[in-house]
Design a protein around this ligand. Sequence first.
Ligand SMILES: [Zn+2]
Length: 333
Amino acid sequence: MISYKELGLVNTKEMFAKAIDGGYAIPAFNFNNMEQLQAIIMAAAETKSPVILQVSKGARNYANQTLLRYMAEGAVEYAKELGWENPQIVLHLDHGDTFETCKSCIDMGFSSVMIDGSHLPYDENVALTKQVVDYAHQYDVTVEGELGVLAGVEDEVSSDHHTYTRPEEVVDFVTKTGCDSLAISIGTSHGAYKFTPEQCTVDPETGLLVPPMLAFDVLEGVEKELPGFPIVLHGSSSVPQDEVATINKFGGNLKAAIGIPEPWLRQAAKSAVCKINIDSDSRLAMTAAIREVFAEKPAEFDPRKYLGPARENMKKLYMHKIINVLGSEGKAL
Ligand SMILES: [Zn+2]
């Protein structure tokens, strides 16, 4: 049993309370490899933003849970080297699907876990979430639960339709489970293909496709039931069209991919939403940079010469999210 506290990590409790009071949200970025982790830490250190490092099931399968945990431990020291004296870094399990998975992450030093029982019947979701909370809280580890189902595909989490969170259920769920934050479904979705062009309307000014509006009424209903309780948005990539264009220009073949407009996320961040998950945007930034190098310098074969630009492009994206979308810059001085 290793406590995250020995690793210099923090749980989400204090940072969420401050984020709700301050009208901003904490970025939750997924990581799968060193360059992505470096980019996240460089961006967070440079902006002095609290940050949540997320490990999904796909990441654990790809990179190994133990290795990722040691990388997060290293990230704390790296952040200090970069001049961030008091790094506020959370290591979070994204979409934990069983009690055993959550327990194994808690036992090896994760400071926060999500138990996703959203696909289960309500009572089973309550029971599973409570089991995880009861274990996690013994070690001061925070727990995110989920009510409502998001559409889309991300790693091994998928559903073909939304089921919006029912505001009338949230008090009962939070009271019975004791969870520390709640992921809700208001129309965001996993993956880069959140909406088809047919689902969108055209903005007459910009000519860009605008997806169906998020269900802000559901968010307001939840806030009314649970004043001041930390709310989480999954599936909140914006699918930057310049990255999609770069990918397609240099040999990629992405279909029309449409994400959540950033002004909507900025609006959500000002509410009780205090954690916003972003994964696909970083994948797009990485792929765009690598494709560009491959196309423009076909003789290049040193991985540092294409992973370096990929890291730089991801860092730029993370900084943009922190400063312009989430508003978390300077909140972890
Ligand atoms: Zn998710």
